[in-house]
Design a binder for this molecule. Structure first.
Ligand code: GDP
Ligand code: IMO
Ligand code: MG
Length: 421
């Protein structure tokens, strides 16, 4: 069986921490989409680690970690990350596996990302500039190079051919930057990558499942950044939703059991695009300050706002969420009053659906107000000890979504999480 854990908002819901916490219940953790645009924060022996490419189960030495075919892989980021992980005494030769079908992010993909964003001017997506979009374009355009191609003696000529194609595009964009240094580190990192366990991911994972091993599929980004169902075009380039697990790992839909949806107790977004409950005021500033809301990958300040139940219910529907994990509840400790978005007002019409073009239709959130709990919850270990006001807040969310919150995370630490009784 396969459980899935993914983000229900615009990313950074705290997936890394929760995967790390759940990992002890699994034998294998697999990333199924996205790439180094992800930044998943974990605390290992009180030390902060941000993972971009490696699944968040990696700090449990007995767990196998798989980078699936649906991921796009930057060897340079991977190498740096492997060095950090190895410094914790983790033997990656033993517990990291990479699908041979995983597409490679080339230096020119990163250059193209930058050039494309620059050319968009004010309409830019706010991409992390890690080369994600261009690499997925080369995948669907049937041009890309895959990890398995590295073992082919014609790899270099295939690389040169693709690089030339990219150069023409870069010339069109009038992109002038010298990427020689990027290429040098890329080729160096490829040598490192070749030494890792490159496997046929779909047979690998299905064999584990057949042998009764428990698999956790770890999502990157969030449902509202999904290429099909997110706030297009302000999205990433992969299917971040549960359906992405099937084509990103090669597992059949019947094998999927629980879908854990992770949401913050409020909401954030980094990069451009619509965000109905955004608070462009001192309350938003307060959320950012208390929640340390700065991008784990780019360091950019995250936009902050109240929880959006219209968007969350949509995400639950699209993903088939069976259990919710609510993170960063402690961040709301200091607020006297909380708002929860229950409806969208679009040109005077009140509704509970995500519009086709949020950017143009500009939904105005309708809020229901809740009293805050005004007490420090970060040390609470059991559900009974959580304030009643927080329980009321959570009950309302459960009822609205039709799916229950099963865990409440109350701090960044590994053990700061409360199981809902
Ligand atoms: P991810 O991309 O979904 O893994 O999330 P990020 O790591 O980008 O961002 C989540 C941030 O919130 C990280 O800095 C975490 O350490 C932190 N975090 C996670 N859960 C909690 C929580 O329950 N409370 C607080 N205060 N911080 C949390
Ligand atoms: P994790 O896994 C938050 C956002 C970018 C940008 C848009 C497209 O840490 O939750 P891309 O680099 O994919 O071309 O960027 O998506 N974005 C994220 N926002 N968390 C992430 O990952 C993100 N990955 C991409 O800011 O708006
Ligand atoms: Mg993140």
């Amino acid at each position: 069986m396969v459980d899935v854990l993914l983000g229900l908002q615009w990313g950074d819901e705290g997936k890394g921490k929760i995967v790390d916490f759940f990992a002890k219940n699994y034998d294998l953790v697999a990333r199924f989409q996205g790439g180094p645009n992800a930044g998943h924060t974990l605390y290992v022996n009180d030390k902060k680690v941000v993972l971009h490419q490696i699944p968040s189960g990696v700090f449990h030495p007995v767990i196998i970690n798989l980078i699936g075919n649906g991921v796009v892989l930057d060897p340079v980021t991977l190498k740096k990350e492997c060095d950090i992980v190895a410094s914790f005494g983790i033997d990656l030769k033993k517990n990291l596996f990479i699908s041979e079908r995983t597409h490679l992010i080339l230096p020119t993909h990163r250059a193209l990302d930058k050039a494309a964003e620059q050319s968009k001017g004010k309409e830019k997506i706010g991409s992390t500039l890690k080369g994600i979009g261009p690499t997925y374009m080369d995948k669907t355009g049937r041009n890309g190079l895959r990890v398995g191609d590295l073992l082919d003696k014609n790899f270099t000529s295939a690389y040169i051919k693709l690089r030339l194609k990219h150069q023409k595009l870069l010339d069109n964009f009038n992109f002038q930057e010298d990427i020689t240094a990027w290429e040098e580190e890329f080729f160096e990192a490829l040598e490192f990558l070749k030494e890792l366990n490159i496997v046929n991911g779909e047979y690998f994972i299905n064999k584990h499942i057949k042998d009764g091993k428990r698999v956790l599929a770890e999502g990157a980004q969030g449902s509202m950044l999904d290429i099909d169902f997110g706030t297009f075009p302000f999205v990433t380039s992969s299917n971040t939703i549960s359906a992405g697990v099937c084509n990103g790992l090669g597992v059949a839909p019947q094998l999927i059991r629980d879908v854990y949806g992770v949401t913050k107790a409020y909401c954030t977004r980094v990069g451009g695009g619509p965000f109905p409950t955004e608070l462009d005021n001192e309350v938003g500033e307060e959320l950012r300050k208390i929640g340390s809301e700065f991008g784990a990958t780019t360091g950019r300040p995250r936009r902050c706002g109240w929880i959006d139940l219209v968007a969350l219910r949509f995400a639950c529907m699209i993903n088939g969420v069976t259990k919710i994990v609510m993170t960063k509840a402690d961040v709301l400790d200091a607020f006297k009053e909380l708002q929860v978005c229950t409806d969208y007002n679009i040109n005077g019409k009140i509704g509970q659906e995500i519009p086709f073009q949020m950017e143009k239709q500009k939904p105005v959130p309708v809020y229901k107000s809740f009293p805050g709990w005004n007490t420090d919850t970060s040390g609470v270990k059991s559900f009974t000890d959580l304030p009643d006001t927080m329980k009321t807040y959570v009950s309302f969310i459960n009822e609205y979504l039709g799916v229950d919150v099963h865990y409440i995370s109350n701090g960044p630490g590994r053990e700061q999480i409360v199981k809902v009784d």
